[in-house]
Design a binder for this molecule. Sequence first.
Ligand code: SAT
Ligand code: MN
Length: 605
Amino acid sequence: MTADTATTAAPTTHQGILDFVAEVAALTTPDRIHWCTGSDDEWTELTDALVATGTFTRLDPAIKPNSFHAASDPTDVARVEDRTYICSLDEKDCGPTNNWMDPEEMKTLMRGLYAGCMRGRTMYVIPFVMGHLDAEKPMFGIELTDSAYVTASMRVMARMGTEVLERMTELGADFVPAIHSVGHPLADGEQDVAWPCNDTKYIVQFPEERAIWSFGSGYGGNALLGKKCYALRIASVMARDEGWLAEHMLILKLTSPEGVVKYIAAAFPSACGKTNLAMLAPTIPGWKVETLGDDIAWMRVGEDGRLWAVNPEFGFFGVAPGTNEHTNPNAMRTINKGNSVFTNVALTEDGDIWWEGLENPPARATSWKGEPWTPESEELSSHANSRYCTPIKQCDILAPEYDDPRGVPIDAILFGGRRKTTVPLVFEARDWTHGTFLGATLSSETTAAAVGQVGVVRRDPMAMLPFIGYHAGDYFNHWITVGKDNDAAKLPKIYYVNWFRRDEDGGFLWPGFGENSRVLKWIVERIDGQAAAVETPIGHVPAPGALDTDGLDVTEDQLAAALAVDPEEWKAELPQIQEWFEKFGEQLPAVLWTELDGLRARLDA
Ligand code: SAT
Ligand code: MN
């Protein structure tokens, strides 16, 4: 680094930032401190250094310019939910879905881990803002990290650097202090490894203090602290206190052939297709999708009573396997422009990357584990949670409203998960409270995005199970309150979707991807009072013939099976929902019990 600067030569007079940097430097004892500018030169220095240490392999610039392959330590590949803590002052505020430790106890423990942990390394100071720099109240953060990989990735994923720091200084702004260390100090002359990390990991949020401490992992959601830790866990607490919503949702703009525009937000658990839906290429003629975000939505009720959403992020951190020209041509175009980091995918001999599901498998490649790989190999070339990290501005179908700090007014909210059975392709909630019930009981089969068993059905409320920064019962109540305190007619309508239902032979009943535009079309026609639906005990499903199936390669039987509501299957869900609700005790809003009773009564009728 040429731009090494001690705190004495810091490019800010913001005392809070100076104190934070000095305090963490004194504890972690890095060899150098680097204040990030976010410039192209800095990116080049960082990526050159990462190539030199073997963390990055530069891809062929003729194929993917300014792009890099990285392979993590094989044990550091996903979010670690069992190592993630909400250290609220009172354990009751953490709730039954999070891990808790007393904040002082946690700090004592982590200060022990942090002591000297940056020895031999550079501490990068990353000034960043989630959302727009010219937002009414910009949401600042400072991440201190000893990882150049994290610093480079943060430049893709968040607005960061000099301009942000200058603004923070000018405003004397509050910020979320976020500490990250890979937990791998270097002794004098010790050679670094390509992916430093530590077997001991802690991903910790202090909700009252609005602070984040992370140790031991270099992986995305554990280490890029603006993303899940700030924009969901900490922001959900801010949102509760201030009357808005911080949600695990994509945002898209849908334009009909007649030019009618609707904005849709959708919550699916990690690795359930948010990025693909956000960039959907419609198969029905004349319909257009533009993207606003693929992972996080911050939503506030505006003066007009509508719910306005912004995407606080600046890049996509998408699941690589399965992404291809058919499933997500817009993502392919985005990453092919370069300026991207690919982690835990295969590296081909011609300096490109490859993963399962991409076209044209290479004859030979190096797997994510660094082993020789051919299409005959038994092991996968890429980890199931391998990722591309790419600038959102490169997306050809980015909606121009992305740059508007006011965001967009949401017309429909979709909840969805991966369910082989029971849940139909799409149905509509009866009202906001029923929609909250659907979100609160959302279930999905687990994926590789978190460490642990894959394919197990679990409740994942609003797809926020790992991201709610406080008591989930209070979070449901917050949703109910947003409905009560505002004009329900102006709030978005709520839908539940399931692209993943299977037939008896295990085949998908619905082709998904671009064909999901047919479901979006039904939804927006419903909103405008044009599409027909039938009432069922769980909500409104498309009436026969209401879903546009022109040119769709699906039999009548398949379609009927995809849309079917089987009361027996739903009755089997009731005890599971009951058990889920019982977890929250007194803090579960009573109206959710009323909703469950109503569902039971309708199923029995
Ligand atoms: O948590 S990450 O941001 O790394 C990806 C995800 O699980 O949604
Ligand atoms: Mn996510």
